[in-house]
Design a protein around this ligand. Structure first.
Ligand SMILES: Nc1ncnc2c1ncn2[C@@H]1O[C@H](COP(=O)(O)OP(=O)(O)OP(=O)(O)O)[C@@H](O)[C@H]1O
Ligand SMILES: [Mg+2]
Length: 538
């Protein structure tokens, strides 16, 4: 018996008169309700706005609907007043009790229903994808989340699809694993598509199912499923952080639990733009061979009432279903301070959604390793940094000379050049204050230049590209100094080397960044047209 169903049955047997089940999976919920009907020996009916009320048999098949019973308030009233025992499943009634102009009446009837006790035995199940109940019923109606299907459930789905499509089935573990994180209905579609294309459901179907999963997860709008394409060898510098990850990664390995180790929970990477925070998130997933999920917190907010909370819970459920995995939350400060979308929001929603995330981080038992990145400390809520949510906070500073050498040689090797052919010491000296991203860009620029000259790229080309770049660390001196000071007492350094002093700002001309350049198609007056095109005085 599935664990979720056991929990539901126990609640139903303990006399609850109303239960809410939050799930997108109406088919599974109907299955559970049919199970309750059998185990409690009480007939079940299902209501939806489109069809009215209909009987639900023990195989979860729906009988002839009675469209005259479509008004939710009337349906609740007759459920309360009827003299016979009954289970009533109401699908998508949240439209009425959360946000309609009739929510007060419907909420009142929900309350009446939740208080029914004794005989005749009555049970109301509210089901729908959106969490939330009217405040007056929160204490009276227990809410349950249906976890996404596990491997056993997925095996059932796979076998039943194979039977329907009359194809051979070999439900090997990697195939079921590829479908983890999908709902039953999504998994059914993915298996059906693979069965149709391959004529068989076995190892050959894995890439198709994995592809379908990545599409479905992306469609949720909040999570993105990544094939990690970077390794630790692609990361220059950051030796402390890499060593920590290597040591802690063993906490997921065989024998770790028996040794008394807890699986690591996650890290916060705080730091300067372009210094490898996102790169680390990708490479840690590859190093541990975990799937990588990118969580866009900013996109959690929106839609109808309750949807933001629903999005957040769904995302966390998917992450748990995919565990062990790496959950990468970029710019966590934006999501948690409700920035970017707070105009249309009441503060309550962002607080609740942020609270759900923080509680989950504290309480999660599934091995989900969270990598949260942040650039701005002042926007970080202090409770995020409290111990217990993350294992460690790392400060990712600008690379030192040694790290710059390493980063240059990584990017030269990626372009199939031999790093030994270049004067890396000199280039590292000349690029003081450069971020990894700026060094990568200098290599790219040098390749363009040398190609235009019809020559092979040399140290000179890179040196010129470095000279022509105005690194962010010159314009952001104050912010970087502040960030360094702040993190001194609060975070661990990602690199074992002392940070170098920031480059002196010489007060010379500030080159115009590419994104600041003028659009040449905008008509200008002659005065404006005579301005310098390439440079701007400070
Ligand atoms: N330490 C590094 N080693 C090698 N390459 C690096 C390093 N840091 C940055 N890069 C290069 O710069 C690119 C951008 O870096 P990344 O996206 O990891 O920066 P970030 O710290 O996440 O910046 P942001 O705060 O803007 O998100 C990387 O894809 C990589 O090619
Ligand atoms: Mg990043």
């Amino acid at each position: 018996m599935p664990k979720f169903y056991q929990e539901l049955l126990a609640l139903a047997q303990s006399d609850a008169a109303a239960i809410q089940i939050v799930s997108h999976e109406w088919e599974r919920v109907r299955g559970f309700v049919a199970g309750l009907s059998r185990d409690l020996d009480i007939p079940a009916r299902v209501w939806s706005l489109s069809r009215g009320v209909a009987d639900l048999d023990e195989e979860a098949q729906v009988g002839q609907p009675d469209p005259s019973q479509s008004d939710p308030q009337e349906v609740l009233k007759s459920h309360c007043e009827d003299k016979k025992p009954a289970i009533l499943l109401m699908e998508d009634a949240h439209h009425f009790y959360l946000a309609s102009d009739r929510r007060h009446e419907v909420a009142r009837w929900l309350r009446e229903t939740a208080r029914l006790r004794g005989s005749p035995r009555k049970l109301l199940i509210l089901s729908g994808p959106v969490p939330g109940l009217p405040p007056e019923t929160v204490k009276e109606i227990p809410a349950l989340d249906v976890p996404l299907p596990d491997q056993e459930d997925l095996k059932e789905v796979c076998l039943s699809v194979a039977q329907e499509q009359a194809v051979e089935c070999d439900p090997v573990e990697p195939l079921l694993e590829a479908a983890r994180g999908l709902t039953v209905m999504e998994a059914r579609l993915a298996f059906a598509r693979a069965a149709h294309e391959k004529g068989r459901l076995g190892p050959e179907a894995i890439p198709l199912v994995a592809q379908e999963k990545s599409r479905v997860i992306k469609q949720s709008g909040v999570l993105e499923y990544f094939e990690p394409n970077a390794t630790m060898r692609d990361v220059g510098g950051l030796d402390n952080l890499k060593a920590w990850l290597d040591r802690r990664g063993r906490g997921f390995g065989h024998g770790a639990r028996e040794h008394g180790l807890e699986p690591p929970r996650g890290i916060v990477l705080l730091g300067i733009q372009g210094c490898g925070k996102s790169l680390i998130a990708k490479s840690v997933a590859a190093a541990w061979q975990f799937p990588l999920l990118r969580f866009d917190l900013g996109r959690v907010f929106g839609g109808v009432v309750g949807q933001s909370e629903g999005n957040m819970r769904l995302a966390l459920q998917v992450a748990e279903a995919l565990a062990p995995c790496v959950l990468w939350i970029d710019e966590i400060e934006k999501g948690l301070s409700g920035m970017g979308s707070s105009d249309q929001l009441d503060a309550g929603v962002s607080a609740r959604v942020g609270g759900t995330l923080l509680t989950w981080m504290q309480e999660k038992t599934a091995p989900v390793f969270t990598v949260a990145t942040a650039n701005r400390i002042e926007a970080l809520p202090p409770e995020l940094l409290r111990k217990g949510r993350f294992d460690e906070i790392f400060f990712v500073d600008l690379p030192t000379a040694d790290a710059r050498k390493e980063i240059l040689s990584i990017h030269l090797s990626k372009k199939k050049r031999t790093p030994k052919d270049f004067e890396l010491d000199r280039l590292a000296q000349e690029s003081l204050g450069f971020s990894g991203a700026e060094l990568e860009e200098a290599v790219r620029e040098a390749l363009f230049e040398s190609f235009a000259e019809g020559k092979e790229v040399t140290t000179e080309h890179i040196a010129r590209a470095i000279k022509a770049t105005y690194p962010l660390s010159r314009t952001m001196r104050d912010q970087i100094t502040q960030l360094r000071e702040w993190s001194l007492a609060r975070a661990r350094r990602a690199s074992s080397q002392e940070p170098e002093p920031l480059p002196q700002d010489t007060g010379g001309p500030v080159p115009i960044l590419r994104q600041e350049q003028r659009n040449p198609f905008v008509p200008r007056t002659s005065a404006a047209g005579t301005e310098d095109r390439g440079e701007r005085r400070k």
